[in-house]
Ligand binder design. Structure first.
Ligand code: 26V
Length: 820
């Protein structure tokens, strides 16, 4: 069909009918929902293609500086609704589909939710891409086209059960396969030196195995702009599919081996974000997408600028999303040394000026370290380069500090039989950033202190953000309409600071009423969804209290469920108690191998079972565990929340981004002084947020002192004792022993861990008090409405547009580019 930058209603209609006909041999009457979705998606993608091409023609001609956001994870969420919003086609598509008798919602709900990430880190990458395009920064997101994303979570008998997520099953209408950019990626083998014409040498590999990396490009459409950037996901294919000869020459075994290598490589996302397992396949995945990305980027540079590699960093920046893409440092060195024959010192200077590293966690279990044995066998040339980087770095350390073996062992890139990726990323780049102010301070003061001492100029902070397109405009049309009506225009969607203009309306009775009506409508919509999806009813007049995020001990889902148990106990002994009815909603995936996290899921379900079926509770408490937390579920929950639970042990949550989504949508936060909560408090003020618990400093000194004794709390605090007893007295399970592990973990420590490592009991009393304050505030509708409005009004800082501008100004030194 005709390709135009924007679509008319009749073009949408024709496109859908035509795509159904040509792709599926179907009509609207006979097509399945998935087919209809695909046909609509293809129509919308068609409308994007011209701008996509124009954008890259312009980038090529103007030789623009480009950022490569390198990430193992992109948790994009559904494409279609977002593309329709950003193209300003909502009404057109709605009307066209209405006239065709297609339900837009049904079409949108038929899109699989691509779960190519674990949690915050992957979702942040997706929000960043939206902001990059919206603000006009030339950018690529580069990652892996996993055939299976994060597992689908089912709950069976209260337990998490993982099922494969076959998101590509019905096709992939947003991607364009770019076979012309396929590149060979080499693993294993032996390093050999090869004589150059001028008598010098360079290194190469022989007897290696290889796979082809084939890029699939996905459009990233800017909001109401012409810019369309690219998310480039690399898929692995066997080399012999391109080179049938090796097959014919009887190298059957080798060919099958390489088939398998390819099949495994891009098959599945590693579904754990809590610890590193040192699995070889993950290292393979990392080198696979990094080598492909770097090879292609350097070729593109050469095409535009020739071999003036001393200017490389003026034209491209590689942002490393955590340590997962850190091989970029060594791979860029390899290409400059072995392909273009640069001198080490020149290559090193260029590499350091081009790479920048973002740290997303201070949980030491999640720091990536690779056994030298695996690393050197799988990537022998890369390992040589890393060793040389390490050797030179250690020589520098001796120059700076004298011969101090302990310091060298602590700071080296290779030590104790391991390659430490964070050290490589810090040494091999020009920037190290944390993702919220408090997080960066902890990195500088504690976690990365030694490195801060030698490279203070590299350290900087970039508080995370979320894209207002998906996280209010798309997911909360009611609130968006109200904001637009109140501010007169809708340009706040790409200039979120303007929400501050709502502040004067926070006391206005009329505005309060409209605002709370939107919230109530969203709660009703969510209740209806629960009824149709799970067959459960919830009271939209109850407080919607929501904790959704990965399941981790440090995030303290336990604290929240302990409070529910405490409320339950309290109402049971005090049946006339006057509390606002509350619906507690949890949703969280646990890493498949994280036993404790899975037990906590079982506990939440066990509490739900008891509380929801106890007639004395009489609707005052309700507990839901919503299976399969994912972006599209978050989009339904966030607009309906009254209370947002952000209750991690202070000092442990690097930033959090769910906290920002809830704030933006007018939920009030109950939270600790952790991550970005600290900055949310600065924006919204303590009269509009419920802050409780120990500070990061207090947590740190209590830990260092070794003086924490949960038994004292148990003995002194009746409520705590009662909660813990409930875990083992048969209330929650008949055999009494299911939750004894949690009981022991709290009081005695379990399997060598410290008792109550995350200070759930220590913060319990403060949390309970804060929850009482929540209850009291909710009883006063005007006060609550004002708080809710102020949260939305003060959320402007947390737009990822602001974050990206800071990265561009301070790290990448880039300017936006206008596409005409
Ligand atoms: C670590 C690992 C370890 C090895 C196995 C696979 C894997 C996958 C992911 C990770 C890193 C998890 C780090 C992460 O998601 N951090 C979150 O980043 C958010 C965005 O900056 C931030 O808001 C959250 O506070 C932080 O927990």
């Amino acid at each position: 069909m005709a390709k135009k930058a924007t679509l008319t209603k009749s073009q949408v209609k024709e496109g859908v009918i035509e795509n159904l006909r040509t792709a599926y041999r179907k009509t609207i009457a006979t097509a399945s929902n998935a087919q209809i979705y695909n046909a609509v998606a293809m129509t919308i993608k068609d409308a994007v293609l011209d701008n996509w091409i124009t954008t890259y023609d312009h980038y090529e001609k103007a030789k623009v500086k480009t950022v490569y956001y390198l990430s193992m994870e992109f948790l994009m969420g559904r494409f279609m609704g977002n593309a329709i919003l950003n193209l300003a086609l909502e009404e057109t598509v709605q009307e066209a589909l209405d006239e065709l008798g297609i339900d837009v919602n049904l079409a949108e709900e038929s899109e699989p939710d691509p779960g190519l990430g674990n949690g915050g880190l992957g979702r942040l990458a997706a929000c960043f891409l939206d902001s990059l395009s919206t603000m006009g920064y030339p950018a690529y997101g580069c990652g892996i086209r996993y055939h299976y994303g994060i597992f689908e979570q089912h709950i069976e008998n209260g337990y998490q059960v993982e099922k494969p997520d076959n998101w590509l099953q019905h096709g992939d209408p947003w991607s364009v396969r770019r076979e012309e950019f396929a590149r060979e990626i080499k693993f294993g083998g032996r390093v050999i030196s090869v004589k150059n014409d001028d008598g010098t040498y360079h290194f190469d590999l022989e007897d290696y195995h290889s796979v082809m990396a084939v890029p699939y490009d996905y459009p990233v459409v800017g909001y109401k702009t012409k810019t369309v950037n690219t998310l480039r996901l690399w898929d692995a294919e066997p080399v012999n599919r391109f080179d049938l000869q090796s097959f014919n020459q009887g190298q059957y075994e080798r060919a099958t081996q390489e088939q398998n290598l390819a099949r495994n490589l891009s098959s599945v996302l590693y579904p754990a974000d809590d610890h590193v397992s040192g699995k070889e396949l993950r290292l393979r995945q990392q080198y696979f997408f990094i080598s492909a990305t770097i090879q292609r980027a350097i070729e593109q540079f050469e095409g535009r600028h020739g071999r003036c590699f001393d200017k490389l960093s003026d034209y491209m920046q590689f942002q490393l999303n955590d340590t997962h893409p850190t091989l970029a440092v060594a791979e860029l060195m390899r290409v400059l040394l072995d392909v273009y024959y640069l001198e080490w010192d020149d290559a090193w200077e260029i590499t350091r000026a081009t790479c920048a590293y973002t740290n997303h966690t201070i949980m030491s279990e999640a720091l990536e370290k690779w056994p030298v044995e695996i690393f050197s066998r799988l990537l022998p040339r890369i390992y040589m380069i890393v060793e040389e980087i390490n050797r030179r770095f250690c020589v520098n350390l001796v120059e700076w500090y004298g011969n101090d073996p302990e310091r060298i062992r602590k700071m080296a890139i290779c030590a104790d039989g391991q390659v430490r990726m964070a050290h490589l990323a810090i040494v091999g780049g020009h920037s190290v950033n944390g993702v919220a102010a408090i997080h960066t301070e902890i990195l500088k003061d504690i976690e990365l202190r030694d490195f801060y001492e030698i490279y203070p100029e590299k350290f900087n902070s970039k508080t995370n953000g979320i894209t207002p397109r998906r996280w209010i405009a798309k997911c909360n049309p009611g609130l968006s309409k109200l904001v637009t009506k109140t501010l007169g225009k809708d340009d706040w969607i790409s200039d979120l600071g303007q929400l501050a203009k709502l502040k004067p309306h926070a006391d206005d009775a009329g505005f309060q009423e409209s605002f709370m009506k939107v919230k109530h409508d969203n709660k009703v919509a969510l209740s209806n969804y629960f009824r149709s999806e799970y067959g459960i009813g919830v009271d939209p007049d109850s407080i919607f209290d929501i904790q959704v995020k990965r399941l981790h001990e440090y995030k303290r889902q336990l604290l929240c469920i302990f409070h529910v148990i405490d409320m339950y106990n309290t109402i049971k002994t005090n049946p006339g108690m006057d509390v606002r009815p509350r619906t507690y909603m949890f949703s969280a995936k646990a890493a498949a191998s994280y036993h404790r996290a899975k037990l906590i899921i079982k506990l939440i379900n066990a509490v739900a079972e008891v509380v929801n079926n106890d007639p004395t509770i009489d609707g005052r408490l309700k507990v839901l565990f919503l299976p399969n937390y994912r972006v599209s579920l978050a989009e339904k929950l966030v607009p309906a929340a009254d209370v947002s639970e952000q209750i991690s042990t202070a000092g442990k949550e690097a930033s959090g981004t769910g906290n920002m989504k809830f704030m933006l949508n007018g939920a009030v936060t109950i939270g600790t002084l952790d991550g970005a909560n600290v900055e949310m408090l600065e924006e919204v003020g303590d009269e509009n947020m419920f802050i409780f618990g120990m500070t990061a400093e207090q947590v740190h000194s209590l830990t260092v002192s070794g003086n924490y004794s949960p038994w004292n709390l148990y003995n002194m605090d009746f409520n705590i004792r009662n909660v813990l007893t409930t875990l083992i007295n048969g209330t929650l399970d008949r055999n009494h022993d299911l939750f004894r592990e949690l009981y022991d973990a709290m009081l005695n420590g379990y399997n060598g861990a410290r008792p109550d490592e995350y200070y759930v009991l220590q913060d319990f009393a403060a949390y309970k008090k804060a929850q009482e304050a929540v209850d009291a505030a909710y009883k006063d509708p005007k006060r609550w409405a004002k708080m809710a409005i102020m949260n939305t009004a003060c959320a402007g800082k947390f737009s990822s547009d602001r974050t990206i501008k800071e990265y561009a100004d301070e790290i990448w030194k880039m300017k936006p580019v206008k596409i005409k």
